[in-house]
Write a protein that binds this ligand. Structure first.
Ligand code: FES
Ligand SMILES: [Fe+2]
Length: 438
């Protein structure tokens, strides 16, 4: 169906959303234009294109792009489309090239997208197509900016600048980077990438859903917790794998206390000072390295932040303590690719990095103990919502009317509230009912 703005707005009520927001391909198409085509979207990390000539192919919503480092030292984000007849320019995921040569007719572009060579160029004499003509270069996305090494791009020329748009979510990125004694992160190795047969919003919502872990993760984390308890060992004697898995099966009270905080533009976080990550045993030499770099006071501040999952709406989520991010790539209304990347904290002990890798192996990979629990839940949500019974609505009633605004102007609630979902859909509605970009 064709949607008017009024019809889109009617899909989101104060306490519920219509199931079509997860199942209608037409809604998905509008989301790609009005949300993914307008907001800042995470593209990659500067360390993936360290040297001039490095490139990394990715996507912004359903648009294919390439992040490159040009000889001018700048990071560019270009559409992955040849200016000649439109062939995909870069076919692999990443690499290094002085120039980009289109595989079809061999036209060559530099890493800023400028057309630099055409075979049999004389055929273009007197034509508007050719070298030195802007229209013949590879198109760049409208805006590119980075924050602490994380590169974002927007397909829209208008809208708030990146730092303003991030709001309170910036602190999560700062804390992730500050956990390196040099304040610097680098992507290490590839990523876990797997396809979910569900709508992209299900993953984004789940990352701040504290009503599910004690249920969904009973089989994996619950078992780990029992083993942990049975061992009766001191926290620092327990293998990290158990230390990491067992908090997923914490009780409602624990998740309630973690709390939720939300900021403008759909961003939110579970936990602050306390989270499922806050009781990890210390890594020898790590605190000392931070104190050497920052002093005692700042080190205390850095390590006191234990945010659980931060959602940077709509395109990625991050965990500062684990120094990893999960990137959301919508493919179709019922198909989403999730990539899980791990950063190395430059200058920190190798053991810290190994712990992050272990965490992601055990929680975020497609062959692990925890992630598939969630994937089954998303699958069942999609399957259930495609059943068109008389109940057209998805409930968001939990703790309705109990949201608070704190002294910093942030929206807060108890940990198991539906506040973040209502908040995400407020943002969704605002983007989706605007014909023109802000
Ligand atoms: S389509 Fe790229 S050179 Fe022809
Ligand atoms: Fe989960």
């Amino acid at each position: 169906m064709h949607y008017t703005n009024e019809q889109i707005a009617a899909l989101v009520k104060e306490d519920k959303v219509h199931r079509d927001v997860y199942t209608d391909p037409e809604i998905f198409k509008i989301e790609m234009d009005r949300i993914w085509g307008r907001s800042w979207i995470y593209v990659g990390h500067e360390s993936q294109v360290k040297n001039p000539g490095d490139y990394f192919a990715t996507s912004i919503g359903t648009q294919n792009v390439i992040m490159t480092r040009h000889t001018d030292g700048l990071v560019h984000v270009l559409f992955n489309r040849c200016s000649h007849k439109g062939a995909q320019l870069i076919g692999d995921a990443c690499g290094h090239a002085k120039q980009m040569r289109c595989p079809y007719h061999g036209y060559i572009f530099d890493t800023a997208g400028t057309l630099i060579h055409i075979p049999q160029e004389e055929g273009y004499a007197g034509s508007p197509y050719g070298k030195g003509k802007d229209e013949s270069n590879i198109k760049r996305v409208a805006r590119v900016d980075s924050y602490r090494g994380l590169v974002f791009a927007s397909l829209s020329a208008s809208g708030p600048d990146l730092r303003t748009w991030l709001g309170g979510a910036a602190l999560s990125i700062d804390n992730m980077a500050d956990r390196s004694p040099q304040g610097e992160l680098e992507i290490a190795g590839g990523c876990f990438r797997y396809v979910h047969d569900s709508n992209w919003k299900m993953f984004v919502e789940n990352l701040n859903d504290a009503m599910h872990p004690m249920v969904v993760h009973q089989s994996s984390a619950g078992t780990a917790k029992r083993v942990f308890d049975d061992l009766g060992m001191e926290q620092d004697k327990v293998p990290f794998e158990l230390e990491m898995l067992s908090p997923f099966a914490s009780d409602y009270e624990f998740f309630e206390k973690m709390g939720l905080t939300a900021w403008d533009n759909g961003h939110s976080v579970t936990g602050g000072k306390v989270s499922i990550h806050s009781a990890y045993s210390p890594i020898p030499g790590y605190a000392e390295a931070l104190i050497d770099a920052y002093g005692e006071e700042k080190t205390k501040d850095i390590l006191s932040i234990n945010r659980h999952n931060t959602v940077v709406y709509p395109s990625f989520t991050l965990k500062g303590v684990i120094t990893s991010i999960r990137v959301v790539k919508p493919i179709a209304v019922n198909k989403t690719v999730i990539e899980s990347w791990v950063f190395r904290q430059v200058g920190a002990p190798e053991e810290l990095f190994q712990r992050s890798i272990t965490y992601c192996n055990l929680v975020n990979s497609h062959a692990n103990l925890v992630g598939p629990d969630d994937q089954e839940a998303y699958h069942r949500m999609q399957y259930g919502l495609e059943t068109k019974d008389d109940n057209e609505w998805v409930s968001q009633h939990r703790y309705l009317g109990a949201d608070e605004i704190n002294e910093d102007g942030e929206k807060t609630s108890t940990g198991t509230s539906d506040m973040v979902f209502r908040h995400q859909f407020e943002t969704w509605k605002a983007y989706m009912t605007k014909e023109e970009a802000a």
